[in-house]
Design a protein around this ligand. Structure first.
Ligand code: NAD
Length: 486
């Protein structure tokens, strides 16, 4: 299979690779160098319309395919992703700016895992039955494919999150219109090639490229797309909900976060330090689950601060292709400027920059790339912009607390509710906190430890609905109850 990246990427519609009907393209940029190195289709509602027609044509047959056959094709996709892992990892790094070792170890591995997980999952997915003994009746519950569904994903974990939606949608027997982020579309383009090679029938998966307002919204507005799975910003989620809800579409929204990382004095110090560095700065802090507000028990605040600064200073920011780089580039110029502006606001709000705070100009091919030092800020209260709004970059704040109650108040002091880490060896305290923290995902003495069977998603402004395991297969199916009296 030829996974060469052409200068002009194409949409994958009805099993064919075709250009946008408008003939218009957007620039594709390598954030490590700032250079334009490909063009991405600037698709609009006309491209979405032909993709929906292709998907509708494919649905009758795909929705009736035996689970074993869907398993075989999705599992083959997983195998091909593994076989071409090096090419995919390089493409991801060039598109996103993340270190190549991270693309290999996390992003591409997880994309294969997603397909394998839902390939096997559909072999075990079942409806329920209820015997209503006093009425001599039996109910059985069918979970049937919905039809044509839309999947829209962000740039921070491009193939990882794209496949996290597509795999369960296809496994459940739907046909899919999928749009990756216009900032990182390359691995999604390559996935089309892989799906074709794996024998996925034409029209079952359609990958359409373009921006949010023209292409993304055309998916949301299309009357024949009956369910939308969206991961991205809270701002876009709000807009999407305002369009989709009055159309009574099924909606899953995985949105932003402002996650607390609560550190008690009785934690396992070394493990906590290691994981807190990871949860603060992995992927340049551009993971929705990163802990951006670090809350530290007062008795260990100074000790934590000095050691955390020292370890952060050791994180080498460098060329993403250099295996010694711990931190790569920020995904785009626009996002780089947003993060730098957030750091400026933190200073205006009275924050003290303990470490970092500056853009970095690297030598060589990365001279014009978008790099920022890992940044730690203190002296800011819970209500300021810096502690309320998502920055989504290598920037964390430190705050101290004296009691469990105070830690809880700080943890819950935002409109977001995605993830939280709690560090203590007192299991009673850990569980008391876990029950009261307003987050959909709680990690105790760990971070980003994922089991794909568990429900994944946020509360408050971090989203609506849950992904993962049966939750995803239930989302991508329509529930029908049949009652028989005998
Ligand atoms: P974004 O909202 O700008 O874009 C996400 C996707 O939505 C892109 O494909 C974009 O083109 C599309 N889009 C934008 N506006 C749209 C509209 N009006 N209609 C339809 N589609 C539209 O987000 P981003 O900047 O790509 O990603 C970063 C955000 O994603 C952060 O807020 C982060 O927290 C969030 N995120 C959340 C999770 C989670 O699981 N909760 C995971 C990863 C990222």
């Amino acid at each position: 299979m030829d996974l060469k990246i052409p200068y002009h990427l194409e949409n994958f519609i009805g099993g064919n690779f075709i250009g946008p009907l408008s003939g218009e393209f957007l620039d594709g940029i390598n954030p490590a160098s700032g250079e334009v190195y490909y063009q991405i289709p600037n698709s609009n509602k006309k491209d979405i319309a032909i993709a929906v027609s292709a998907a509708q044509k494919a649905f009758a047959s795909w929705s009736n395919t035996a689970a074993e056959q869907r398993f075989a094709i999705l599992n083959k996709i997983a195998e091909l992703i593994e076989q071409y892992a090096d090419e995919l990892a390089l493409a991801e790094t060039n598109d996103n700016g993340k270190p190549l070792w991270l693309s290999k170890a996390v992003d591409i591995k997880r994309a294969a895992d997603n397909f394998r997980f839902f390939a096997t999952g559909i072999m075990h997915f079942a409806g329920e039955s209820h015997f209503t003994n006093d009425k001599n009746a039996v109910n059985y519950t069918l979970r049937q494919p919905i039809g044509v569904v839309g999947c829209i994903s962000p740039w921070n974990l491009p193939l990882y999150l794209f496949t996290w939606k597509i795999a369960p949608a296809l496994a459940a027997g739907n046909c899919v219109i999928a749009k990756p982020s216009e900032i990182t579309p390359v691995t999604a383009f390559l996935l089309g090639k892989i799906c074709k090679e794996a024998g996925l029938p034409d029209g079952v998966l359609n990958i359409v490229h373009g921006d949010g307002p023209n292409c993304g919204e055309a998916i949301i507005k299309h009357p024949d797309i009956k369910a939308i799975s969206f991961t991205g910003s809270t701002r876009a989620g709000e807009r999407i909900a305002s369009i989709a809800a009055p159309m009574f579409k099924k909606l899953s929204l995985e949105l932003g976060g402002k996650n607390p990382n609560i550190i008690f004095a009785d934690c396992d110090w070394e493990k906590m330090m290691k994981e807190t560095i990871r949860s603060s700065f992995s992927n340049q802090g551009q993971i929705c689950l990163c802990g951006s507000r670090i809350l530290i028990e007062k008795s260990i605040y100074e000790k934590f601060k000095s050691e955390f600064i020292a370890r952060t200073k050791q994180l080498t920011v460098g060329d993403p292709l250099d295996e010694k780089s711990k931190q790569g580039a920020i995904v785009s110029k626009v996002h780089f400027e947003k993060i730098m502006n957030c750091i400026a606001i933190a200073k205006e709000e009275g924050g003290t920059i303990l470490c970092g705070g500056n853009a970095i100009q690297l030598a060589g091919r990365c001279n014009t790339g978008y790099f920022i030092e890992p940044t730690i800020i203190e002296n800011l209260g819970p209500d300021c912009k810096t502690n309320q709004e998502e920055i989504f970059g290598p920037v964390v704040t430190l705050q101290s607390f004296e009691t469990e109650e105070a830690a809880l108040q700080l943890a819950n002091a935002t409109n977001y509710g995605l993830a939280c880490s709690i560090w203590t060896q007192d299991t009673g305290k850990a569980n008391r906190m876990a029950i009261k923290v307003q987050s959909g995902i709680i990690w105790i003495n760990c971070w980003l430890l994922r089991d794909l069977r568990t429900p994944f998603g946020g509360m408050k402004n971090s989203g609506v609905g849950r992904e993962g395991g049966w939750e995803a297969l239930r989302f991508f199916t329509e529930t029908k109850n049949v009652c028989i009296q005998f």
